[in-house]
Each structure stands twice: as structure tokens, then as C-alpha cells.
Design a protein around this ligand. Structure first.
Ligand code: TXA
Ligand code: MG
Length: 336
């Protein structure tokens, strides 16, 4: 099929809404990453998302809404604690998991009795939901397994010809996918770290914990709380190693390597003899988040075989970046 390029103005959004209402799939900008959207009430339309991405059927989708009324329609009970999170972090990069209402087809949630819901802050996404009047099921708009798309260009590289349309808009400002927190278990649990940090959530709901799969590989017999966590993820074709250590140790380590590239901090650049790409300052976790997926894609375009990434710190937004990188590295971590 031919993938229609739409503008991100009122006219483009109107056409996108018509495509959505008639059961099509459209790639849309959000503040986190580009999403591949379809009418969440339409099982057939949702199925097209799984096919276009090559996504395993047992990996559930996030449903995007633009107000609390619409949100209440898709969950069984929007609890008081959910309300607290919404007040503090919506619209924005936080996804909340609650019991699913029967209105949402079970395939959206891959058969689970819960549903993931998020109210994005990106204006184009919000207007599209408003104009179509529908909640939108949308995973990241990449081929399953490849780095998430933070620009329209990334989406087209993966999905051109496989989706009905794309809204061409600005690059994503956050750069990593939303924080996922489940309120459907006790204690509440962060399943995927993101721009809204564990520390911020724990301030409002102190009984929240971080799922161990955020930083550790699950054993074969362990069940993932979030099915997405069990898949190989964000993986460029290059072999990636995550390297933990101070500036000097990192320099000495990578400078011995041949035919490799370093993905490093701004501060590392001066000291490295091998080819190096910065993904932000050591303490600038916002920039690291915004840049990392683009850098991983670039490494593949350069045809590089082996990559050593200087590991970010594991707190705040750094935890989100670390979580994506350890998956890109298939859990290969070198501690210096
Ligand atoms: O920022 C984002 O969240 C982006 C934009 C487009 O909104 N979307 C996104 O979707 O990252 P996706 O499908 O790539 O990631 C959704 C994650 C997966 O790891 C999935 O397993 C988990 O959320 N998830 C969705 N529904 C769930 C549920 N009911 N229970 C547990 N995990 C769930
Ligand atoms: Mg994804």
C-alpha cells in the first residue's frame, strides 16, 4: 500500500481522523516516541497494528485518551490513586495499568484482564484523539525489536508501505517511551521506567516498587509482569556492550578496541582514540533520553559491528535510559 504523508495542521489531522474512523492505521507523533495508532474499539483495526509491526500477539498495547471521561470508559474503575497520578502527570509520559472495561477488545490487551492507558501531552496527538472522538491503541511505530522511532524519518524507514498514513511532525521531545506503572497489583509496580521517574511516583504513592525485570534478565521460567519486557528490544544490528565505569577507566578500556565505536558522554569525547558518538552529558539524562534511540539507529546506518556504550546512572531519568540500553545490549554489561 502507499503510505499517505499528512501535515500536522488541522487539515492533516482531519484526514488522519477519517482514516482512523474507517479502520486504518496512522503513525502519529507523541511527546515520547512516534506511535502507530488505530481505533481501540475496533478489533480488526488493532490487528493491523500487530501485522505492520510484526509484533507478537501476546504483547499488549497502550490506549491513548484525551480526557478523563474517555479514560473512564476504557477501565473498569479509575481508582482514587489513579486520579492522583493523573492530576500530577497527565497529560504526559505516564501509562497507568488498571482493570480493563469490557468495551475494549481483549486483543488490545493480549488477553489480559487489564489495560494500559495514557493521556499524551503532544498537541497533535491530543487533537487527533479529540477530532476522531476515539481512544487510540498505539504502540511505538517501529518494526518490533528495532530502536523506537523519535522522528517521522525513523518511522518511514521501518514502516513505509505497510501503514495507511503518517502525520509528519516535529521530533519527539522526551525520546524514550512512557513510564509504565501498574495499579492492578499490590504493591504498585513500575514495569517500565521513563521520563516520569520512580522517585516522583513514590512521592505520591509511597507503596510503589520497581519490577526487577527493569534491570535484570528474566530466567526462562519466570513470567514477565509486562509481556514487552521478555522480548529482545531496541536492538540495532550491531553488537552492543554496556560499559560501567568512571571516565578514565572507560577511556582506557575502549581505546584498546579496534573496529568498534563508542557511544559516550560529551565529557568522554576528547579522550577517545576510537570513533565516538556522544549521547549527552554524563549528568544530562534528559538529553540522553532524547538522543539515545537516534544514535542507535545511526550506528546501524554506519554499518558498525561492535559498540561500547558508556552506561548512564541508574536513577531518575537515567534509569529509563539504562533500561533501554541494557536491552539493546541483550544484558551484556562490562563493569570496569
Ligand atoms: O510512550 C509510549 O508509551 C509509546 C507512545 C506511542 O505512547 N508507546 C509505547 O507502546 O511505548 P509499546 O507498545 O511500544 O509499549 C507498551 C508496553 C509494552 O512493554 C507492553 O508489554 C506494556 O506496555 N503493556 C501494555 N499493556 C499492558 C498490560 N495490560 N499489562 C502489562 N503490561 C502492559
Ligand atoms: Mg515499543
Amino acid at each position: 500500500m502507499k503510505t499517505l504523508r499528512l501535515s500536522d495542521d488541522a487539515n492533516g489531522i482531519k484526514i488522519a481522523a477519517e482514516i482512523i474512523k474507517s479502520g486504518g492505521v496512522v503513525a502519529i507523533p507523541t511527546e515520547t516516541v512516534y506511535g502507530l495508532a488505530a481505533n481501540a474499539y475496533d478489533e480488526k483495526a488493532v490487528n493491523k497494528i500487530f501485522i505492520a509491526k510484526g509484533r507478537p500477539q501476546d504483547n499488549p498495547l497502550i490506549v491513548h485518551t484525551c480526557n478523563l471521561g474517555m479514560t473512564r470508559e476504557i477501565v473498569e474503575d479509575f481508582s482514587e490513586d489513579a486520579e492522583k497520578l493523573a492530576q500530577n502527570f497527565w497529560p504526559g509520559p505516564l501509562t497507568i495499568i488498571l482493570k480493563r472495561s469490557e468495551k475494549i477488545p481483549s486483543s488490545v490487551s493480549a488477553g489480559l484482564d487489564t489495560v494500559a492507558v495514557r493521556m499524551p501531552s503532544n498537541e497533535v496527538a491530543r487533537k487527533l484523539i479529540e477530532v476522531s472522538g476515539l481512544p487510540l491503541a498505539a504502540p511505538s511505530a517501529n518494526t518490533s525489536g528495532s530502536p523506537s522511532p523519535t522522528s517521522a524519518d525513523h518511522v518511514l524507514k521501518d514502516l513505509d508501505g505497510k501503514i495507511d498514513a503518517i502525520i509528519i511532525s516535529d521530533d519527539c521531545t522526551v525520546g524514550v517511551e512512557s513510564t509504565v506503572v501498574t495499579l492492578a497489583v499490590s504493591p504498585y509496580r513500575i514495569l517500565r521506567p521513563g521520563f516520569v521517574t520512580f522517585e516522583e511516583i513514590a512521592e505520591i504513592l509511597p507503596e510503589t516498587v520497581v519490577d526487577k525485570a527493569v534491570l535484570q534478565e528474566l530466567k526462562n521460567d519466570e513470567k514477565a509482569a509486562s509481556p514487552g519486557m521478555k522480548y529482545k528490544h531496541y536492538s540495532p544490528k550491531a553488537e552492543v556492550y554496556l560499559v560501567e565505569g568512571e571516565k578514565e577507566a572507560f577511556r582506557d578500556f575502549v581505546n584498546q578496541k579496534e573496529n568498534s565505536v563508542a557511544i559516550c558522554f560529551e565529557e568522554d569525547l576528547d579522550n577517545l582514540k576510537i570513533k565516538a558518538i556522544s549521547y549527552g552529558g554524563a549528568n544530562d539524562t534528559k538529553k540522553q533520553a532524547r538522543t539515545i534511540f537516534g544514535v542507535l539507529r545511526k550506528v546501524d546506518e554506519m554499518g558498525i559491528k561492535t559498540v561500547y556504550v558508556h552506561a548512564p546512572k541508574k536513577e531518575g531519568i537515567g534509569l529509563a535510559v539504562y533500561n533501554r540500553l541494557i536491552r539493546a545490549a541483550a544484558f551484556k554489561v562490562i563493569s570496569l
